[in-house]
Design a protein around this ligand. Structure first.
Ligand SMILES: [Zn+2]
Ligand SMILES: [Zn+2]
Length: 687
């Protein structure tokens, strides 16, 4: 908790400026559409500028000269804007304009074919709305950089011929397309496409397209190869960020022009303009690779969720392990959460055991209780054994022996680690070597290990099992382990594949994996464990998994039974009581004190004042006391950020659908009112 005098914005919520009253009294006249006498039919084009600025985040009217009379919607053009020329997309051709003066004319064509699909434009608008970002930011994700040669190549290709699939007509297939969202909990090693090939064929024979999303390009390639075996005549396009510029644009145009019906790709493929999309399959939706690191900061799941609603298609999230957001979507829109049948769960998983049922064997707080050693010994008689730890390295985290404060680099504040036995400490961020440790808090010169990495664990196990080869996972993560009686020690993210599966796996320090400052710690923990299971043999083949560490029994039970839907429902109830995301929408707002004050005043004008008066003391904020300053919003903060800026968290507690729109309008307006306004807003995924 920060001390009170760290906050030097005590008046942030009092004396909000009175603004906008005059505008309320004298509403601006509604723009009047007038006929525009142009040189050609539909001589006006509405153009969305490719400028990620909030105050130009709407289409502008431009005149279309005679020589561009075949200008079509979705084409890219160059137009004058102020003193410079900027690119933009034609979103509409029309005869009228609300602009009272003469219109500026389109200067140049930037593409000879349309590059933006109407459905994708609506998707961009929808995502920009929920993430409160300019539409141009979404358009940049959706439309790849243009390549002239790719444009020529696509025009010269012959029309594609698609195979026909014989499908029995079910009652369902006669119904009009509708949107549905389901969550599937996969079993390790299950072949989703072989089991659901009829669903794919049914979608294709109904004349609709399929989009499949995976976190990495390697997985996308695997799925493409699998599909080419299952549907040998069907062309499948892989669409990932790894492609070169020309190839990427070529594949983009080929998808846009309906030359391919199945697209497999990574994050950016969520925007791929698949024609008449009917089915979206999204693997491992919690993977960090799906999150945009820049504005609009959206997640592939947000994009696909919006897409399934706009384009009336089926959206299926497939996960090893739970997904609260996926479950929320499914429950909210009346979809299904599908667990594998219990008999399959029993046979398809390794046997799960928790070491705290072995407490009587030794000290409960030992990092490796005796059961670990007997487990390894027994497993080695049947094949290779995996020991998984949360961290790689030797001693990845150390702290002062006296005051227990984590050791930090003096130069950059990064975490210090010990890379090898008796080596000098090293900063993980700037690689600065620290020969003589001295605690920055108390001056003590000795330290202790807080976490133990895979290298140190391998060393300890090597001593206990002389004669057995001990292999470090990160040194051979890409290759396959062959042969018998090997002990593999790996961090959870770099487990190598064993040729016939590990006979048993031991997961150490599980209590550290569960340690998390966010509310989704348990979810991440279950997911991490679930991702280890495909490496281990199934129970039928003698596979076992031992979880070591002080774990709550209910989590072990959920994991052992693979009973994630029940856990998700329980979790959603908790989140809904707390009003946390994804049940309620949260946004993080940052800016200078003056900007935030003006913004809050604007919001209060648009949404109305809350129940709280203006005279509650600032201290009350620290306990969330100012949350009812504005009607329908919870406001939490402020917290001081860098460069004299502050951040506020805003929770939309009102169910009124117009509230997010009003907030977004207020963000646009504040950028119009204040030149070079530094207000930033982004969606909070989890707390
Ligand atoms: Zn200290
Ligand atoms: Zn450093």
């Amino acid at each position: 908790m920060k001390s009170r005098n760290e906050f030097d914005a005590p008046d942030l919520f009092t004396d909000l400026p009175e603004i906008g009253r005059q505008c309320e009294l004298l509403p601006a006249p509604a723009p009047v559409e007038r006929d525009y006498c142009a040189q050609s039919e539909n001589g006006v084009a509405e153009i969305l500028l490719d400028l990620p600025l909030r105050h130009v985040d709407r289409p502008f009217d431009y005149a279309v000269p005679q020589r561009f009379s075949d200008l079509r919607e979705g084409m890219k053009v160059l137009v004058p804007f102020g003193a410079r020329k900027v690119e933009g997309y034609v979103v509409k051709r029309k005869n009228t304009t609300a602009n009272p003066g003469a219109l500026k004319a389109v200067v140049k064509l930037r593409s000879s074919v349309p590059v933006l699909d109407g459905d994708i434009l609506r998707l961009c608008e929808s995502v920009s709305f929920t993430s409160m970002a300019p539409v141009a930011d979404c358009l940049r994700l959706a439309v790849p950089a243009r390549h002239a040669r790719a444009e020529q190549r696509i025009l010269s290709l012959p029309a594609p011929v698609f195979p026909q699939y014989e499908q029995e007509k079910t009652e369902k297939s006669d119904l009009p397309p509708r949107c549905s969202r389901d969550l599937v909990h996969l079993l390790p090693g299950s072949d989703y496409f072989a089991e659901n090939i009829s669903l794919l064929k049914q979608t294709l024979s109904a004349g609709r397209g399929i989009l499949i999303l995976t976190p990495t390009a390697g997985q996308a390639d695997k799925i493409r190869r699998r599909l080419s075996l299952l549907l040998p005549e069907e062309p499948v396009t892989e669409y990932t960020a790894e492609l070169g510029r020309e190839e990427r644009f070529l594949r983009y145009l080929s998808i846009l022009r309906g030359r391919t019906r199945i697209v497999v790709g990574t994050r950016s493929a969520a925007w791929a303009p698949v024609k008449n999309i009917g089915l979206i399959i999204h693997f491992d939706d919690l993977h960090t690779a799906y999150t945009e690191q820049h504005s609009p900061y959206c997640d592939a799941r947000d994009v696909l969720y919006a897409r399934s609603g706009l384009q009336k298609c089926r959206y299926i999230i497939c996960n090893l392990g739970p997904s609260t957001a996926g479950a929320y979507f499914a429950r909210k829109s009346g979809g299904q959460i599908i667990d594998a049948p219990p008999a399959k769960r029993r046979s398809g998983l390794p046997q799960i055991l928790a070491a705290n049922s072995y407490l009587y064997e030794g000290s409960p707080w030992a990092r490796m209780p005796d059961s670990v050693f007997s487990f390894v010994r027994e497993g080695l008689t049947r094949g290779c054994v995996l020991v998984a730890v949360p961290h790689c390295g030797y001693l990845p985290m150390i702290a002062c022996r006296q005051c227990r404060v984590g050791a930090k680099c003096e130069k950059c504040g990064g975490r210090l680690e010990m890379p090898a036995p008796d080596a000098a400490l090293r900063c993980v961020r700037c690689a600065e070597q620290v020969r003589h440790f001295r605690c920055g808090e108390c001056g003590c010169t000795s330290f202790r290990a807080v976490r133990i990495g895979s290298n140190r664990t391998a060393q300890e196990l090597g001593r206990a099992f002389r004669g057995i080869p001990v292999i470090l996972g990160h040194e051979c993560a890409q290759s396959e382990i062959v042969g018998e009686r090997k002990l593999i020690v790996a961090a959870v993210g770099s487990i190598p594949h064993a040729a016939d599966g590990y006979s048993c796996a031991i997961v150490l320090d599980t209590n550290f994996m569960l340690n998390s400052a966010t509310a989704c710690g348990e979810e991440m923990f279950l997911r991490t464990l679930a991702k280890i299971t495909p490496f281990v043999r199934t129970r039928e083949n003698g596979g076992k998994m031992l979880l070591v560490g002080d774990l709550p029994d209910n989590l072990v039970r959920v994991f052992g039974r693979w009973n994630f839907s029940e856990w998700e429902d329980c979790r959603l109830r908790e989140l809904s009581q707390l009003g946390f995301p994804p049940v309620l929408k949260w946004y993080e707002l940052s800016g200078s004190r003056a900007e935030l004050k003006e913004f809050l005043a604007l919001l209060r004008l648009r949404l109305g004042a809350g129940e709280t008066g203006a005279d509650i003391p600032f201290e009350a904020l620290l306990t969330g006391g100012r949350s009812e300053l504005i009607k329908g919003l919870g406001i939490f903060g402020p917290q001081r950020a860098e460069n004299g800026r502050y951040t506020l968290n805003i929770k939309i507690s009102s169910s009124n659908a117009s509230v997010p729109k009003k907030i977004r309008d207020a963000v646009t307006e504040i950028h119009l009112r204040i030149a070079r306004c530094g207000i930033r807003i982004r969606r909070i995924k989890h707390l």
